[in-house]
Design a protein around this ligand. Sequence first.
Ligand SMILES: Nc1ncnc2c1ncn2[C@@H]1O[C@H](COP(=O)(O)OP(=O)(O)OP(=O)(O)O)[C@@H](O)[C@H]1O
Ligand SMILES: [Mg+2]
Length: 216
Amino acid sequence: MIISITSLKGGVGKSTIAQNLAVCFAHTKYKVCIVDVDTNQSSLRWSGLRDEALPGVPVYVLNDGVELSKNVKHLNDSHEVVIIDGTPSLSQVTSKIIVLADLVIIPIQPSGLDIWATEKFLERYKDAEVQKESPIPAQFLINQNQSTNLSREVKDVLEQTEIPVFKSSLRTRIAYREAVIKGLGVFEYKDEKAKQEIADLFKELQTIIRKLNKRK
Ligand SMILES: Nc1ncnc2c1ncn2[C@@H]1O[C@H](COP(=O)(O)OP(=O)(O)OP(=O)(O)O)[C@@H](O)[C@H]1O
Ligand SMILES: [Mg+2]
């Protein structure tokens, strides 16, 4: 299964979410890896800080557009889950990782700027579906949520897109910033609320994956 985490805006939490979900898969005994397509290689650096005694999350850097599809497919043959940590650009690479995905996760911050970037993203996403000649399952994930209620405006825009939104969302928590520099996921960190939050998201994701697998 290939899960692409992508957006058209930088700093929305792609790498954070890729790493944290990969850690949950690894603790659930899945053979998982991350493909880092970003030139700043934050997932590669994160994995370099990771204690070898912890469940393994190998990270592969693949930013060569030409070889990307072939190499991701090879990794998908040797792993149960391949998580692609995307790049914040309108490049061809973004289109490729959408086409490759069995599921696209689109992190979004509940702010006007993110919502506007989403419109451009949706054009890319629709083009990718045409290119693949089949629907590509996708889910929005609200990250850095500051309140329990999303603003009406954000909900309205997301509802119009026809792409579902994860019921779970991630709050702004210092634990995400601290865990990353220790090579950890928050599931392995001391903040119980963050741990519960990522466990809830992971549970919801597993339900979605089960439904997708049934459809195949
Ligand atoms: N839920 C959160 N709570 C607190 N900080 C967060 C959260 N999610 C992400 N961050 C922080 O926000 C910053 C950007 O996150 P991250 O690097 O994951 O985004 P990105 O989409 O991968 O960025 P880029 O587009 O540059 O690759 C990082 O410093 C990260 O630690
Ligand atoms: Mg990143």
